[in-house]
Design a protein around this ligand. Structure first.
Ligand code: SF4
Length: 264
């Protein structure tokens, strides 16, 4: 499909849910659309009910139907002084590429700020195609070490790292989101390797460190799936600050995400 074609009226997307007032999914107040379906299988996924599009876990919507919901919520996210908008999350938005593209085109036609929260497990071509209608990408990298990435997600990170370079090369603003899991993603050498990798980029606006939590555990139980990290505890504030300091040492803009909100 050429990007100049009009928005498709027939295309439908699988949407798990909507969140009308989020302060954690990009700048300002966000209206979040959670896509159903994801190519990864992260062992710590807190949205495990969005990974597979199982019957009963999603509804189908046309772009027009989603836009109606967005328009109703618009007074709330546009009143945000820091500049709100919509965020496509999931699940994985790129997993429903045509639906995502059409939704973004419609949002930009209506001058709505757009964020895509993604694992970037996709092709450079799709990134370049969609980026014209994306103001900011939130890239959730699970691990810099490939073997550890495979163990955590079931997927190789080689193309993901290349795709982060693609984003930067096409001058797209992005935040790098990284979940700090004690004993799994917080090894100092790994963090230094990640910081070294990120130091090359000009359009990285923020490294957002997110403290691991096990709030999604009940969803795993409800689906009859066993959770791989039952004994792993969230990081302490000190552990989060230790990781933050490594990024600071590389002069990278870094934030400890919702540590203050959670009060850990
Ligand atoms: S990429 Fe996100 S939605 Fe997909 S499995 Fe991992 S944590 Fe879950």
């Amino acid at each position: 499909m050429k990007v100049s074609e009009p928005v498709s009226k027939s295309i439908k997307g699988r949407v798990h849910s909507f969140e009308s007032f989020s302060a954690l999914d990009g700048p300002g107040i966000r209206y979040v659309i959670f896509f159903s379906g994801c190519p990864m299988r992260c062992v710590f996924c807190h949205n495990v009910d969005m990974i597979e599009s199982l019957p009963g876990t999603y509804n189908e919507y046309s772009v027009a139907e989603v836009m109606k919901r967005i328009e109703r919520a618009r007074p709330f996210f546009t009143c945000s002084r820091s500049g709100g908008g919509i965020t496509l999350s999931g699940g994985e938005p790129f997993f429903q590429f045509e639906f995502m593209l059409n939704l973004l085109k419609e949002c930009k036609r209506l001058k709505i700020h757009t964020v895509v929260d993604t694992n970037l497990y996709t092709s450079p071509r799709e990134i370049e195609t969609v980026s014209k209608w994306v103001d900011l990408f939130l890239v959730g990298l699970k691990h810099i070490d490939n073997q550890k990435h495979i163990e955590l997600t079931g997927k190789d990170n080689t193309d993901i790292l290349k795709n982060i370079s693609v984003l930067d090369s096409i001058k797209k603003r992005f935040w790098l989101r990284y979940v700090v899991i004690p004993g799994i993603t917080d090894d100092k050498k790994d963090i230094q390797q990640l910081a070294t990798f990120l130091s090359d980029f000009n359009h990285l606006e923020l490294v957002e460190l997110l403290p691991y939590h096990c709030l999604g555990l009940r969803k795993w139980e409800a689906l009859g799936k066993s959770y791989a990290l039952p004994d792993v505890k969230p990081p302490t504030a000190e552990e989060m600050l230790r990781v933050k300091k490594v990024f600071q040492a590389f002069d990278l803009p870094v934030d400890v995400g919702d540590v203050e909100v959670l009060g850990i």
